[in-house]
Design a protein. Structure first.
Lengths: 233, 233
C-alpha cells in the first residue's frame, strides 16, 4: 500500500484511474444509501407496532443522512453526483428486487445483514484509499444504533416460533448470494474500481490469494452476524 | 400570558392539566412527524428523477430526525411516548388517507403546504408554553431546506402545463380543509389541549375573537405559501 498525503487533494488524484475509482466508489455508496432508505422505509410499513416501525424508519433516515456529504465530495472531485451514481442503479435495484422481504422478519434480517455486508465490503476497499476518502467512507457506514433492536426481535420470533429460524437462515444465505452476484457484476463492469483492488505498477494491490482472504473475512463476519441473530448460516 | 421559569421542571408542570396538555402536544407532533416521514418516503417514489427523489426523501428524514428528542422529553415528563402518540394516530392517518397525492406534483405541494401548516399551527400553540417546551417545539419544526426545490419544480410545471396550476390550487384548498377538519376533531376530543388555548383561572388563554385571529393568521400564511408556489389559493 502506498503512503498518501493527509489533506485536500492527495497526489493520487493526479492519477485519472484512481480518481475514477474513487468517483465510482462514492457513487456506488451514495446510491446504495438512497436505495436502502427507500427499501427500509417501505419495509417499515410491515412493522407490527409503531415502536418497531420507528426502529426501521430510523435506520432508513440514517442511511439517507450520509448522502449529502458523499455528494459534496463528488462535487469537489469535479464529478456530478447523479452521473456518478448512474452505473450502480441497475445492480443495486436488481439486488433489492431479488431480495424483497416477504414479511416483517425478513425485512429486519435484510436491514441488519445487508447493512453489515455493505459496511464490511466498503471497509475492506477503504483500506486502499487516501486518508480523506477513507475517513469519509468509514463515516458513511456508521450505523443507526438499531442493531440491538433487530437482534432482540429476531431472537424473540425464533423463541416463539422455532420454524421461523430455518426460514430466516435460508433467507440470510439468499441475501449473501445475491449481494455477491451483484458485487461481481459491478466488478466486471467497472474497470477502475476493480483495478483499485487489483493494483497496478504504481500502486500494489491484492493478488488472487489476498482477494480470496478478503472474501473469507467478509463471509466470516456474515456468519457471525447470523449467529448473533440466533440463526445458523 | 404567565411568566414561566426558565429551566428544568417549570412550576406549570405542577398543574396536571398543563402537563397533560404538553404530553398531548408532544405526542401529536411526534406522531405527525413519523407519519410525515412515511408519506413523504412513499411519495418520493413518484419522483421523475433521482435528484427529485432525494429532495423529498431528505424532507422525510428531517421529519423523523426530530422524533427522538420529542420522545426523550415525553419520557422525562413521565409519559410513555407511544401512549402519548396513540390518541393522534386516527386523525393524522385520516388526514393522510383523505389527501393521498395522485401524482408527483400533488405530493410536492402536500409536502410544502402540509409542513408549513403544521409548523404555523404548532408555533401558535408554542406561544402558550413554558420556555423549555416552546424551544423544543420550535426546534422540531425546523425544515429541511428543500422549500426552494419544491417552489422551483411547481413553478416549472405550471409554466410548462398551465392547466396544472388550476388543479394544484384546488388541491391546496383540499389540504387546508382536511387539516382544519382533523384539527377540529382533535380539539373536540382532547380537553387538556384545547384548554391550553382557552386558558383557565390561573392561565389566561384566548377568547373566541383571539382564536379567530389565530386562524386568520394561519390561513393568511397558507395563502402566502400558495402564492409562492405560483398558485392562487
Amino acid at each position: 500500500m502506498v503512503a498518501f498525503e493527509e489533506s485536500g487533494d492527495p497526489a493520487d488524484f493526479q492519477d485519472p484511474a484512481y480518481r475514477e475509482a474513487v468517483i465510482d466508489l462514492l457513487g456506488a455508496i451514495s446510491y446504495g444509501e438512497i436505495s436502502a432508505f427507500e427499501r427500509l422505509a417501505e419495509d417499515s410499513k410491515m412493522a407490527p407496532a409503531i415502536r418497531d416501525k420507528m426502529a426501521l424508519a430510523t435506520m432508513a433516515a440514517a442511511e439517507l443522512g450520509h448522502v449529502a456529504r458523499l455528494h459534496e465530495r463528488l462535487t469537489e472531485l469535479g464529478a456530478d453526483p447523479y452521473d456518478a451514481m448512474a452505473p450502480f442503479i441497475a445492480p443495486i435495484e436488481k439486488f433489492h428486487r431479488h431480495t424483497a422481504p416477504a414479511d416483517w422478519y425478513e425485512g429486519l434480517v435484510k436491514a441488519y445483514v445487508g447493512d453489515g455486508l455493505a459496511a464490511d465490503f466498503y471497509r475492506e476497499i477503504a483500506a486502499y484509499l487516501d486518508s480523506a476518502t477513507r475517513d469519509l467512507v468509514i463515516a458513511s457506514l456508521e450505523d443507526s444504533g438499531q442493531a440491538d433492536f433487530v437482534v432482540d426481535r429476531i431472537r424473540q420470533a425464533i423463541a416463539t416460533t422455532p420454524s421461523v429460524g430455518g426460514r430466516l437462515a435460508l433467507w440470510g444465505r439468499r441475501l449473501m448470494g445475491e449481494a455477491l452476484t451483484q458485487a461481481q457484476r459491478v466488478a466486471a463492469e467497472r474497470d477502475a474500481l476493480s483495478a483499485l483492488l487489483a493494483g497496478d505498477i504504481d500502486r500494489p494491490g491484492l493478488d488472487l490469494a489476498a482477494i480470496g482472504r478478503m472474501f473469507t473475512r467478509i463471509t466470516d463476519r456474515h456468519a457471525e452476524r447470523m449467529a448473533e441473530l440466533g440463526l445458523s448460516s
